[in-house]
Design a protein around this ligand. Structure first.
Ligand SMILES: O=C(O)c1ccccc1NCC(=O)[C@H](O)[C@H](O)COP(=O)(O)O
Length: 205
Protein backbone atom coordinates (compact mmCIF):
# COMPACT_ATOMS: atom_id res chain seq x y z
CA UNK A 1 0.00 0.00 0.00
CA UNK A 2 1.31 3.47 -0.89
CA UNK A 3 0.95 6.44 1.44
CA UNK A 4 -1.06 9.22 -0.18
CA UNK A 5 0.21 11.69 2.40
CA UNK A 6 3.60 11.74 4.16
CA UNK A 7 4.38 14.21 6.95
CA UNK A 8 7.86 14.61 8.41
CA UNK A 9 7.63 16.25 11.82
CA UNK A 10 10.01 18.12 14.13
CA UNK A 11 12.10 19.93 11.53
CA UNK A 12 14.36 22.72 12.76
CA UNK A 13 16.88 23.66 10.06
CA UNK A 14 16.90 25.04 6.51
CA UNK A 15 18.99 22.08 5.36
CA UNK A 16 16.50 19.45 6.55
CA UNK A 17 13.50 21.47 5.29
CA UNK A 18 14.98 21.77 1.80
CA UNK A 19 15.94 18.09 1.71
CA UNK A 20 12.49 16.99 2.95
CA UNK A 21 10.77 19.02 0.23
CA UNK A 22 13.13 17.55 -2.39
CA UNK A 23 12.43 14.02 -1.10
CA UNK A 24 8.72 14.49 -1.84
CA UNK A 25 6.99 15.04 1.51
CA UNK A 26 3.39 16.34 1.51
CA UNK A 27 3.73 18.09 4.85
CA UNK A 28 6.47 19.42 7.13
CA UNK A 29 5.89 19.73 10.88
CA UNK A 30 7.30 22.27 13.33
CA UNK A 31 6.85 21.70 17.06
CA UNK A 32 5.65 24.66 19.15
CA UNK A 33 4.59 22.52 22.11
CA UNK A 34 6.92 23.41 25.00
CA UNK A 35 9.26 20.85 26.50
CA UNK A 36 10.16 18.92 23.35
CA UNK A 37 13.75 18.56 22.10
CA UNK A 38 12.27 19.76 18.79
CA UNK A 39 10.59 22.94 20.00
CA UNK A 40 11.25 25.93 17.71
CA UNK A 41 10.31 29.59 17.79
CA UNK A 42 7.85 31.29 15.43
CA UNK A 43 10.70 33.52 14.18
CA UNK A 44 12.80 30.52 13.15
CA UNK A 45 9.86 28.76 11.54
CA UNK A 46 8.97 31.87 9.50
CA UNK A 47 12.40 31.60 7.84
CA UNK A 48 11.80 27.87 7.21
CA UNK A 49 8.25 28.10 5.83
CA UNK A 50 9.56 30.66 3.32
CA UNK A 51 11.60 27.79 1.78
CA UNK A 52 8.56 25.55 1.23
CA UNK A 53 6.72 25.71 -2.13
CA UNK A 54 2.96 26.27 -2.05
CA UNK A 55 1.06 23.00 -2.22
CA UNK A 56 3.15 21.44 0.54
CA UNK A 57 1.57 21.84 3.98
CA UNK A 58 3.53 23.50 6.75
CA UNK A 59 2.20 22.28 10.08
CA UNK A 60 2.53 23.93 13.49
CA UNK A 61 2.25 21.36 16.29
CA UNK A 62 0.71 22.44 19.63
CA UNK A 63 -0.45 20.76 22.83
CA UNK A 64 -2.93 22.30 25.30
CA UNK A 65 -1.88 25.89 24.60
CA UNK A 66 -4.49 28.71 24.71
CA UNK A 67 -6.11 28.96 21.29
CA UNK A 68 -5.34 32.69 20.97
CA UNK A 69 -1.64 31.89 21.54
CA UNK A 70 -1.81 29.03 19.00
CA UNK A 71 -3.25 31.37 16.39
CA UNK A 72 -0.72 34.12 17.08
CA UNK A 73 2.25 31.72 16.82
CA UNK A 74 0.86 29.98 13.72
CA UNK A 75 0.31 33.35 11.99
CA UNK A 76 3.79 34.64 12.90
CA UNK A 77 5.39 31.40 11.71
CA UNK A 78 3.29 31.49 8.51
CA UNK A 79 2.25 27.83 8.74
CA UNK A 80 -0.70 26.65 6.65
CA UNK A 81 -1.92 24.07 9.15
CA UNK A 82 -2.35 23.68 12.90
CA UNK A 83 -2.03 20.23 14.52
CA UNK A 84 -3.46 19.94 18.04
CA UNK A 85 -2.23 17.24 20.39
CA UNK A 86 -4.06 17.90 23.65
CA UNK A 87 -7.64 18.16 24.89
CA UNK A 88 -8.69 20.80 22.39
CA UNK A 89 -12.38 20.94 21.45
CA UNK A 90 -14.29 20.88 18.18
CA UNK A 91 -15.11 24.54 18.83
CA UNK A 92 -11.40 25.38 18.89
CA UNK A 93 -10.89 23.42 15.66
CA UNK A 94 -13.61 25.55 14.08
CA UNK A 95 -12.01 28.76 15.37
CA UNK A 96 -8.77 27.77 13.62
CA UNK A 97 -10.61 27.04 10.37
CA UNK A 98 -12.45 30.34 10.59
CA UNK A 99 -9.04 32.04 10.93
CA UNK A 100 -7.93 30.37 7.66
CA UNK A 101 -5.84 27.47 8.93
CA UNK A 102 -6.11 23.87 7.81
CA UNK A 103 -6.26 21.52 10.79
CA UNK A 104 -5.10 18.13 12.02
CA UNK A 105 -6.27 16.73 15.36
CA UNK A 106 -4.06 14.15 17.03
CA UNK A 107 -5.45 11.53 19.40
CA UNK A 108 -3.50 8.93 21.31
CA UNK A 109 -4.85 5.51 20.45
CA UNK A 110 -6.19 5.25 24.04
CA UNK A 111 -8.03 8.59 23.85
CA UNK A 112 -9.56 7.73 20.47
CA UNK A 113 -10.63 4.29 21.71
CA UNK A 114 -12.34 5.93 24.69
CA UNK A 115 -14.58 8.18 22.53
CA UNK A 116 -18.28 7.36 22.48
CA UNK A 117 -19.91 6.46 19.16
CA UNK A 118 -21.47 9.94 18.98
CA UNK A 119 -18.13 11.63 19.71
CA UNK A 120 -16.38 9.52 17.08
CA UNK A 121 -18.97 10.48 14.50
CA UNK A 122 -18.17 14.15 15.15
CA UNK A 123 -14.38 13.79 15.32
CA UNK A 124 -14.29 11.61 12.19
CA UNK A 125 -15.36 14.69 10.21
CA UNK A 126 -11.94 16.18 11.05
CA UNK A 127 -8.55 15.22 9.62
CA UNK A 128 -7.17 12.97 12.37
CA UNK A 129 -3.77 11.64 13.41
CA UNK A 130 -3.67 8.52 15.59
CA UNK A 131 -0.54 8.37 17.72
CA UNK A 132 1.06 6.56 20.64
CA UNK A 133 0.31 7.85 24.14
CA UNK A 134 3.44 10.04 24.28
CA UNK A 135 3.85 11.98 21.01
CA UNK A 136 7.30 12.23 19.49
CA UNK A 137 8.68 9.37 21.60
CA UNK A 138 9.24 6.88 18.78
CA UNK A 139 6.97 4.25 20.33
CA UNK A 140 4.51 2.17 18.30
CA UNK A 141 1.04 1.50 19.67
CA UNK A 142 -0.87 -1.73 20.00
CA UNK A 143 -3.49 -1.55 17.25
CA UNK A 144 -5.57 -4.28 18.90
CA UNK A 145 -6.56 -1.81 21.67
CA UNK A 146 -8.70 0.07 19.15
CA UNK A 147 -12.07 -1.60 19.42
CA UNK A 148 -14.78 -0.01 17.31
CA UNK A 149 -12.69 0.38 14.19
CA UNK A 150 -10.49 2.98 12.56
CA UNK A 151 -11.68 6.52 11.75
CA UNK A 152 -14.13 6.62 8.86
CA UNK A 153 -12.55 9.75 7.29
CA UNK A 154 -9.02 10.99 6.58
CA UNK A 155 -6.51 9.79 9.17
CA UNK A 156 -2.75 9.56 9.53
CA UNK A 157 -0.84 6.84 11.32
CA UNK A 158 1.94 7.98 13.67
CA UNK A 159 3.96 6.62 16.57
CA UNK A 160 7.24 4.80 16.23
CA UNK A 161 7.27 4.61 12.44
CA UNK A 162 10.60 4.24 10.63
CA UNK A 163 11.88 3.27 7.16
CA UNK A 164 11.80 -0.44 8.10
CA UNK A 165 8.26 -0.76 9.51
CA UNK A 166 6.24 1.88 7.63
CA UNK A 167 5.27 -0.21 4.58
CA UNK A 168 4.15 -3.19 6.64
CA UNK A 169 2.11 -1.09 9.09
CA UNK A 170 0.38 0.76 6.25
CA UNK A 171 -0.57 -2.54 4.62
CA UNK A 172 -1.92 -3.77 7.96
CA UNK A 173 -3.82 -0.67 9.08
CA UNK A 174 -4.75 1.21 5.86
CA UNK A 175 -4.29 4.85 6.93
CA UNK A 176 -4.49 7.61 4.33
CA UNK A 177 -0.95 8.60 5.21
CA UNK A 178 1.82 8.56 7.77
CA UNK A 179 3.67 10.90 10.10
CA UNK A 180 7.14 10.41 11.60
CA UNK A 181 9.64 12.14 13.82
CA UNK A 182 11.96 9.91 15.92
CA UNK A 183 12.32 7.28 13.18
CA UNK A 184 14.12 9.76 10.91
CA UNK A 185 16.55 11.04 13.56
CA UNK A 186 20.18 10.04 14.18
CA UNK A 187 19.91 11.10 17.82
CA UNK A 188 16.86 12.41 19.69
CA UNK A 189 15.77 15.71 18.14
CA UNK A 190 18.35 15.66 15.32
CA UNK A 191 17.00 14.84 11.88
CA UNK A 192 18.97 12.61 9.47
CA UNK A 193 18.45 13.46 5.79
CA UNK A 194 19.26 9.94 4.53
CA UNK A 195 16.63 8.46 6.91
CA UNK A 196 14.06 11.04 5.74
CA UNK A 197 14.70 10.01 2.13
CA UNK A 198 14.53 6.30 3.03
CA UNK A 199 11.28 6.83 4.95
CA UNK A 200 9.52 8.66 2.12
CA UNK A 201 10.66 6.06 -0.41
CA UNK A 202 9.39 3.22 1.80
CA UNK A 203 6.07 4.96 2.51
CA UNK A 204 5.44 5.59 -1.17
CA UNK A 205 6.04 1.91 -1.90
O1 LIG B 1 7.60 15.60 18.46
C1 LIG B 1 7.44 16.04 19.59
O2 LIG B 1 8.39 16.17 20.38
C2 LIG B 1 6.06 16.42 20.06
C3 LIG B 1 5.89 17.01 21.31
C4 LIG B 1 4.64 17.38 21.76
C5 LIG B 1 3.53 17.18 20.97
C6 LIG B 1 3.68 16.59 19.71
C7 LIG B 1 4.91 16.18 19.25
N1 LIG B 1 5.07 15.58 18.01
C8 LIG B 1 3.96 15.32 17.16
C9 LIG B 1 4.15 14.52 15.94
O3 LIG B 1 3.44 14.75 14.97
C10 LIG B 1 5.10 13.34 15.88
O4 LIG B 1 5.59 13.23 14.60
C11 LIG B 1 4.32 12.08 16.22
O5 LIG B 1 3.97 12.12 17.59
C12 LIG B 1 5.15 10.80 15.96
O6 LIG B 1 6.34 10.82 16.66
P1 LIG B 1 7.37 9.59 16.60
O7 LIG B 1 6.77 8.46 17.34
O8 LIG B 1 8.59 10.12 17.25
O9 LIG B 1 7.60 9.28 15.15
Amino acid sequence: MNARYVKICGLQTAETVTATVAAGADALGFVFAPGSPRTVTAETVATLTALVPSGIETVGVFRNQPIAEVMAIAAAAKVSTVQLHGNESLTEMQQLKDAGFQTLRAFSIDAYAALSTAERKQWDQERLLLDAVEPGAGVTFDASTLTGGWPSGFWLLAGGLNPENVAELMTELHPHGVDVSSGVESTRGIKDIALIQDFIRAARG
